[in-house]
Design a protein around this ligand. Structure first.
Ligand SMILES: Cc1ncc(COP(=O)(O)O)c(C=O)c1O
Length: 480
């Protein structure tokens, strides 16, 4: 092997490692050949050879007149189509199903794809423990005092710094610390709605959001949702023009369960629409840090100049789930929200808040996000491959640009709830699609979360779910 061959191979292997580990995200534009050559102090022809080798390995692709890009994830199966929920608002019916699924999903006797919670082993538990111990030592007096107010100032400053990665310039004095994102969303909705009001949201959606609406006596207006781009804005516009929508509740980055990310131009359009109708947006940014593509981490709030957006976030999926800390920047509704928080949920333990501020300020925090993104990307790839091999023909599956949730539409003959029960009998937990809507539109769907434990038992179990679903389609064909 010549020295030149060695150079280009070293360079292509180095780039391949960055792609596989997620440092270079799928779909991301790569430096031009000349820039790469200059950056790595190699000749232009070595850089060209390195890119060609990566093209051969299908890790990157050349786009005419545009340059080189990290290749998109291979398509295992077709994706679901834009959803078509009914165009009427309705109260959210009570259901114990979600509670049952979540209880089973955290029971160690089951192999679980039921929850959307990262496994404890993915977090640096020692780093978290050291921060909590330091905080308890330094601030022990706070353990002996009542905590009032909108949250510890060092944490609010750390959240404002964190929000810069979402494209937002937030004033720490207007950030309110909450018990996780759910609490933030609940407070936000309580501040802007009355029981009986209509709230528009993605369809399907996270069952926790439906539960919040139900407990607040709000009506859900489910809006058609594209598997890649999220809320269908033409449908939302129609809803705003024809129905008394009081608020929109959206997860623009990595919706749960579909994993859609709204393009940046549509984020601007969404905000314009809401400004025209003077309807506030409650924006759930819980998954923004887990998105592989930096442009989608940008919050709708970053375009907001009128305080129209109530931005909610949390660190439950990325830093320390057990701390259960979140936040809200409530735009025009800051004062009522502070009062509501004081009157209802009260404050969060100061020592824990200060430990989180410490964690967020550490230089390792950004690399923690990167390694989570890389771990989830690998699992999602693998899980999609297993779905392609083991699930019945006609299955559709999402291809999210980050996170750890897959949404599957199953062919005729497979009912999500029946599949859930059949899997349960084999000690496997999945989440049936009916949990994610107050309509019956997703009875043939399931959600798979791949952020928990991951190994051979999970691979076997996922193949088994596919085999059970396949047997159901065969039984259905025989019965027909
Ligand atoms: C979209 C979405 N929002 C909010 C939450 C709840 O967040 P937290 O645990 O911080 O209350 C979840 C949890 O799965 C979620 O998926």
């Amino acid at each position: 092997m010549t020295a030149i061959d060695r150079l280009y191979l070293e360079l292509s292997e180095d780039l391949a490692r960055s792609i596989r580990s997620g440092v270079l995200a799928r779909g991301e534009r790569l430096p031009s050949v000349r820039t790469l050559a200059a950056q790595r102090a190699v000749s232009v022809s070595t850089a060209v050879q390195a890119y060609r080798a990566l093209e051969d390995a299908r890790l990157i692709e050349a786009r005419p007149r545009s340059g080189y890009y990290v290749a998109a994830r291979p398509r295992a199966l077709p994706e679901p189509e834009t959803t078509q929920p009914p165009v009427v608002s309705q109260p959210v019916p009570a259901s114990l199903l979600a509670q049952r699924v979540m209880q089973l999903a955290t029971d160690s006797r089951y192999v679980s794809f039921g929850a959307a919670c990262p496994g404890a082993e993915l977090f640096d538990q020692d780093r978290i423990r050291r921060a909590v111990t330091r905080s308890a030592l330094r601030h022990r007096a706070l353990l002996a005092r009542y905590e009032f107010g909108q949250g510890q100032e060092p944490l609010r400053r750390a959240i404002a710094r964190h929000a810069m990665a979402l494209g937002c310039q937030l004033d720490p004095d207007r950030i309110i610390v909450t018990n996780g994102c759910r609490d933030a969303l609940t407070l936000a909705l309580r501040a802007i709605t009355e029981p009986g009001d209509v709230v528009a949201l993605e369809s399907p959606t996270y069952f926790g959001l439906l539960n919040i609406l139900r407990h607040l006596g709000l009506r859900a207006l489910e809006i058609p949702t594209h598997p890649r781009h999220g809320l269908a804005l033409d449908a939302l516009q129609l809803a705003l023009d024809t129905q008394p929508v009081k608020a929109v509740l959206a997860v623009p980055t990595l919706t749960n369960p579909v994993g859609a990310c709204m393009p940046v131009a549509e984020r601007r359009r969404l905000l314009r629409l809401l400004e025209q109708h003077d309807v506030p947006l409650v924006e759930d940014a819980i998954y923004n840090d887990l998105c592989e593509q930096a442009e989608y981490r940008r919050a709708v709030k970053s375009f907001d100049t009128r305080g129209q957006v109530l931005l909610c976030g949390s660190f439950s999926k990325t830093v320390a789930p057990g701390m259960n800390l979140g936040w809200v920047e409530a735009g025009r509704w800051y004062e009522p929200l502070v009062a509501l928080k004081g009157d209802t949920v009260g404050s969060q333990p100061a020592v824990v808040q200060l430990a989180l501020a410490d964690l967020l300020g550490q230089p390792g925090n950004e690399s923690n996000y990167r390694s989570l993104r890389a771990a989830f990307a690998q699992r999602v790839d693998e899980a999609r491959g297993l779905v392609a091999q083991a699930f019945p023909r006609g299955t559709r599956v999402t291809d999210p640009p980050g996170g750890y949730i897959l949404w599957l539409e199953l062919p005729p003959g497979v009912d999500g709830l029946a599949l859930f029960e059949a899997c349960l009998a084999e000690h496997i937990v999945i989440a049936p699609g009916c949990m994610f809507s107050s309509t019956d539109r997703y009875d043939h769907c399931i959600r798979l979360g791949v952020a928990g434990a991951w190994g051979d038992a999970q691979r076997r179990a996922l193949r088994r779910v596919g085999a059970i679903a396949t047997a159901m389609t065969r039984a259905d064909r025989r019965a027909a």
